[in-house]
Write a protein that binds this ligand. Structure first.
Ligand code: ADP
Length: 418
């Protein structure tokens, strides 16, 4: 159910509308090439085709403009339909019927597009459009249903009679979808509350246990005692890590969860994360290097992103690199190809590596490979799943290149606008 809901995330919707607009533009172009019957169509079809192409291009660059762009273009489409039907009603022959049949097909698409792209505003727009059709019918034929002697007028009347069913059905589906979303959100919130409570109830005593273990370690005198205390410490800290990962992953499943983007000095952030891991790297005798653009370079200084989440992604990747690199080195690199281009974050290690057939699987939740277990590294199998989910939310791509025994190279590409 979560995935079904996630599909209605803004990005998915923008992509859907972008491609549909591009297809309508191509469709309009092919109709123009095939030949148009009325002066009205000769003006409007190429104009609308160009407008839909413009909408697709603008959505590609400015996804945030989705609602006003679609509202504007559908309003114009409505004008085109209403005018087109008026023109068709003057052709009391096959051409008029043909125009009506075409309009009937596309009118359904108009309603569907409105409900997919505009949510609640769609209902208003669709009824406005319908009112426009009724007004034009009344202007043209008066308040009577035309008989079969005027096939065009009669078909128009039938067309009008069928439209409300379509709008009401779509409105009903969209209301159901909203309700489903609200239920999903409520269930996520209660799951989150429960996990937060559970996590707090377990983690607080766990912290005291960890503290007491340190005190106990001071009292231990024989090697077997030290080994036993070390085992308790490992088990307790593993439990703590599992709890933290599960809570974090559950939080990310909530569709209502939002990023908090702001201008971030990414060079500073990456250096800071590297510094945090330096003591751990030194204790494992691993060389951890942070490669950043020269300090006078402005390329990473004002990056519009959610800094806390980038920190979390990098932290999980570096943490894994340290866990799965018994000896050798780790490089953390941040770079930007062009001043307005995407930002690239890389974590490269010389560790145990990942077989090619597991490259996709490791990003799934609760997946741990056999090698990870053999090396005795602690983990819940959620670190990379969290990285992938966060990256998806940020519109970022994650790539993995790795070979067993030769190390792994993770690349995160953060998109930047303008
Ligand atoms: P875990 O908690 O097990 O580390 P992750 O989701 O972070 O869970 O990683 C999933 C699996 O991917 C790990 O169990 C390990 O087998 C593999 N993996 C992740 N990062 C690396 C790496 N840098 N080198 C080798 N294997 C890795």
């Amino acid at each position: 159910m979560t995935d079904a809901i996630a599909q209605t995330q803004p990005q998915e919707r923008v992509r859907l509308i972008l491609w549909s607009s591009a297809l309508v533009a191509v469709g309009a172009l092919s109709v123009c090439l095939a030949g148009l019957t009325t002066p009205w169509d000769r003006f409007w079809v190429p104009t609308m085709g160009a407008l839909y192409a413009l909408v697709a291009a603008l959505l590609w660059r400015k996804p945030a403009w989705l609602t006003p762009l679609v509202f504007g273009v559908l309003l114009l489409t409505s004008v085109y339909f209403i005018g087109g039907l008026y023109v068709a009603s003057n052709d009391h022959n096959a051409t008029g019927l043909y125009a009506l049949a075409c309009a009937a097909q596309f009118m359904t698409m108009f309603y569907v597009a409105a409900f997919v792209a505009l949510g609640r505003v769609a209902n208003l727009l669709c009824w406005l459009h319908y009112a426009g059709l009724i007004a034009m019918y009344l202007y043209r034929y008066g308040p009577v249903m035309h008989g079969a002697e005027d096939m065009v007028g009669h078909t128009w009347g039938v067309l009008l009679a069928a439209q409300p069913a379509c709008i009401v059905a779509l409105h009903y589906i969209s209301t159901l979808k909203d309700r489903l979303r609200a239920t999903e959100r409520a269930s996520h919130e209660s799951k989150e509350r429960f996990l937060a409570m559970l996590s707090h109830e377990i983690r607080s005593p766990l912290q005291s246990i960890l503290g007491s273990i340190d005190l106990l370690a001071l009292k231990a005198s024989t090697p077997p005692e030290h080994r036993a205390i070390e085992r308790i410490r490992n088990a307790a800290s593993q439990l703590d890590t599992h709890l933290r990962d599960v809570t974090e992953y559950t939080r990310l499943e909530n569709p209502a969860w939002r990023l908090q983007p702001q201008a971030v000095d990414l060079a500073l952030l990456v250096q800071d994360v590297c510094d945090t891991f330096q003591p751990q790297a030194q204790s494992h005798h691993i060389k951890l290097t942070c490669e950043l653009p020269p300090s006078d370079s402005l390329s990473l200084q004002h990056i519009w992103t959610d800094g806390a989440r980038v920190r979390q992604i990098l932290g999980n990747l570096i943490g894994n690199a340290l866990k799965y690199t018994p000896s050798g080195s780790i490089i953390v690199r941040a770079s930007r190809v062009a001043s307005a281009g995407p930002v690239q974050l890389e974590v490269i290690d010389t560790g145990i590596g990942i077989p090619a057939e597991q490259h996709e699987r490791v990003f799934e939740p609760y997946v741990r490979l056999e090698d990870a277990r053999i090396t005795g590294a602690e983990g819940s199998g959620l670190g990379l799943a969290v990285v992938k989910r966060l990256a998806d939310r940020m519109g970022a791509a994650v790539h993995l290149q790795s070979q067993p025994g030769q190390g792994s190279h993770f690349t995160v590409i953060l998109p930047q606008q303008g």
